[in-house]
Design a protein around this ligand. Structure first.
Ligand SMILES: [Zn+2]
Ligand SMILES: [Zn+2]
Length: 266
């Protein structure tokens, strides 16, 4: 099974959305989180194990967990997935957790401490934590990515992800205010996944203490990056249609706010 999922004969690059909601998700949704090619998880949201199971994904198949940044809504269910993997016999060191160097080791260690891992799971090993400095690159078995620093109150990374099996390239920003240098990283991607947490319009930087984007900012980034398709998420879902319509005023390619469980083929 392991060989099959990573096979270089894989014909498609898939992204399935586990959550598209804001930092306090509504029932039936979760904070922004998605899974790439059935084995690479991006952020956890509040309820990752339940989300994976509900959509037919096997948590044990996750061998990479990429964090965009270490704000609570993006890592809140890290203890849950670690507990699930500890209880189901996953070889823990085969789980590679990658995130911004400023915070990722601290958060993973505290999750393990919360689980009392040393007391109850001392023979089970620990996940492999890989802190990355924004701007650096990484190579996995069937993918590579490059990163760049986002504009957010904690250290965050935009990822430009290349699928070695299909040659497809797409990017995702995590949380960020409008930050033109990100376009230099994203350029060459067919698809951009980014936040529109502030809803329709562009955010006035004088009222943007949290350093987030509106749909207009996301659309400007998509135009500057030259992508074909824009996926918006991580805002009030009640505003999603208005955000998509607003982004389409600026960006002429396809704009979508995914449904939970919706799969995109890049
Ligand atoms: Zn967030
Ligand atoms: Zn954040």
């Amino acid at each position: 099974m392991m060989e099959e999922k990573k096979s270089m004969e894989r014909k498609e690059t898939s992204i399935c959305f586990l959550g598209t909601d804001t930092y306090r998700p509504t029932i039936g949704n979760d904070t922004a989180s998605f899974i790439i090619n059935r084995h690479i998880l991006v952020d956890t949201g509040w309820n990752v194990v339940r989300n994976l199971n509900a959509l037919g994904f096997d948590p044990k198949q996750i061998d990479y967990l990429l964090f965009t940044h270490m704000h609570h809504d993006h890592y809140l269910s890290l203890p849950s997935i670690l507990f699930e993997l500890l209880m189901t016999g996953k070889k823990m060191e085969e789980l590679k957790i990658i995130g911004p160097e400023a915070d990722v080791e601290l958060v993973v260690q505290r999750a393990l401490d919360f689980l009392q891992a040393e007391r109850f799971f001392s023979d089970r090993g620990a996940p492999t934590v890989i802190p990355l400095k924004p701007g650096s690159s990484f190579e996995g078995e069937d993918f590579t990515f490059r990163t760049s620093e986002t504009l957010h109150p904690v250290q965050g990374m935009c990822y430009r992800f290349s699928d070695k099996a299909t040659g497809k390239i797409f990017s995702f920003t995590g949380d960020t205010a409008y930050h033109p240098p990100l376009a230099d990283l994203i350029r060459g991607s067919s698809l951009l996944i980014t936040e529109a947490s502030r809803g329709p319009g562009k955010v006035d930087m004088s009222t943007n203490k949290g350093l987030h984007s509106g749909a207009g900012d996301a659309a400007e980034l998509a135009v500057a990056s030259g992508v074909d398709q824009l996926i918006l998420l991580h805002g009030e879902v009640s505003q999603s249609a208005a955000s998509v319509a607003d982004a389409q005023l600026i960006f002429k390619g396809s704009v979508r706010w995914p449904e939970v469980g919706e799969e995109f083929i890049v």
